[in-house]
Ligand binder design. Structure first.
Ligand SMILES: [Zn+2]
Length: 465
């Protein structure tokens, strides 16, 4: 018998999302030193392996940990502050003032809460587009056990057609690049296997060509992602055309920065020429259903992600931010699949298998982590979620992929493992004192709220006594 750190046995259904998309009944997973060393039938693996610790997977479905490819960890305290706002107002009246009001402590608490919510909903890795206190984000994130790619946010143009950024968020191009490099130098290196860094500009309309080219150079130098939001509404599209004469993807193409290292979030408003550029250059794209649905961006009405998937472009999923409500990848997958069916009036579009691929192996590719995560297979890191199927929404259990995408929510997550470490057990975080965290949140809201016109931001329409 070979002794391993952890053996999960008697798993009813194991959805590997491996190269052959194998689904194994009555399965077991053997993990050692953070990696998966064997998967197979429980009856066979228990003859070969004995676990220092063993977990019973009866009445569970196992799947790879979800990879949320777009989540602003500093926005977790913005629930209720940015409702019923169009793209321009959402950014310039709500989120940018909110962000400018945060101090390092607020960001640490927000990031801890974000990671906590992600883990409890089965996300084992997320990509953060960045903020102005990345060290505080890391401090919070790393207490939870989640994997993350962090960034420093970059803007160098005060004015765009859409509005004027708060002074605190504006930097000169050279300062923005210097600070972005400091984050890359600190975090984009081997050493902490759960942490990585990327270069990031928030969007095209407040970024100069020099900033975008400088960040692209840094991303290449450090071998990391280059992230941006693009084409998320008619406003950003129109603003780009008005200022530069080019649509957003056309501008990125003219700058020569699009390739497979690039992560472009939203891509919901695309001109035909932009579709052709994306199909040729093959960056990874992120579908962010909730933010479009909550703010009415039209990304499903006008989006071309099913076509881009068919053209071989890698598309992942992101839950974006708590100001849109849910941070639950199971629900985001369902929305991604179902909203395209609705807008195309075609149930054949976006089957659940595609949705699950987007949230797992496509996400790993988008995060440049395909060699380590995104599927349950031997040699990969043991990032695994067990869903509790002894719940009404999982019954009857005939097709586990369909149930996972169409019926389940993240509330049925029972156990979560990151690099073989159990970070959620029985639906509770193992490394975070949740009660203490929830006590800290009103203190942070009172602190940053002093800098905001909360009475104008909060849309409480019913009397409160
Ligand atoms: Zn975003």
């Amino acid at each position: 018998m070979q002794t391993v750190d952890l053996l999960i046995v008697n798993i009813d259904w194991l959805i590997t999302v491996d190269a052959d998309r194998r689904i194994i009944r009555d399965a077991a997973i053997a993990m050692n030193e953070g990696s998966i060393v064997a998967i197979g039938k429980s009856a066979e693996l228990t003859k070969i392996f004995s676990g220092k610790r063993s977990i019973d997977g009866r009445r569970t479905v196992a799947a790879p940990g979800f990879i949320d490819c777009h989540l602003h960890s500093s926005f977790q305290l913005s629930r209720g502050l940015a409702d019923e706002a169009n793209a321009q107002s959402f950014l310039f009246d709500r989120m940018y003032p909110y962000e400018a009001a945060l101090d390092g402590d607020d960001v640490r608490i927000s990031a801890t809460l974000a990671a906590a919510e992600l883990l409890k909903h089965g996300v084992t890795c997320f990509v953060d587009p960045g903020n102005y206190h990345p060290e505080a984000s890391v401090e919070g994130i790393m207490t939870t056990g989640i994997r993350a790619i962090v960034s420093r946010s970059s803007f160098d143009l005060t004015k765009s057609v859409l509005g004027i950024l708060p002074e605190r968020m504006i930097e000169s191009t050279s300062v923005a690049l210097e600070r972005a490099e400091a984050v890359l130098a600190r975090y984009a290196k081997p050493g902490n296997p759960r942490l990585g860094a990327s270069a990031s500009f928030r969007g095209l309309n407040n970024a100069s060509d020099e900033l975008i080219l400088g960040l692209d150079k840094l991303a290449r130098q450090y071998g990391t992602l280059l992230q941006t939001h693009a084409c998320f509404s008619y406003s950003t599209h129109d603003s780009s055309v008005a200022r530069t004469g080019m649509a957003e993807i056309e501008r990125l193409e003219a700058l020569g920065v699009i390739d497979e290292r690039m992560l472009i979030v939203h891509s919901g408003w695309l001109e035909p020429e932009e579709v052709a550029i994306l199909a040729q250059r093959k960056p990874s794209l992120v579908c962010a259903p909730s933010s479009s649905l909550h703010n009415g961006y039209g990304n499903f009405l006008f989006g071309k992600l099913p076509e881009l998937l068919a053209l071989g472009v890698n598309v992942a999923i992101g839950s974006d931010h708590a100001s849109s409500g849910i941070v639950d990848m199971s629900q985001e997958i369902r929305l991604a699949c179902c909203c395209y069916k609705e807008t195309r009036i075609n149930p054949r579009v976006m089957p659940p298998e595609t949705g699950l691929e987007m949230a797992t192996r496509n996400g790993a590719k988008a995060a440049l982590l395909s060699d380590r995560i995104g599927s349950i297979e031997v040699g990969k890191d043991a990032d695994i979620v067990l869903f509790d199927t002894a719940r009404p929404e999982w019954q009857p259990l005939i097709n586990p992929v369909a149930n996972l995408v169409y019926s389940a929510t993240g509330d049925s997550v029972r156990d979560v493992f990151v690099a073989g470490e159990q970070v959620v057990a029985g639906g509770r975080l193992t490394k975070v004192d949740e009660a203490k965290l929830y006590d800290e949140i009103p203190i942070a809201v009172a602190r940053f709220g002093k800098h905001l016109k909360l009475d104008q931001m909060v849309q409480l329409r019913w009397p409160v006594s």
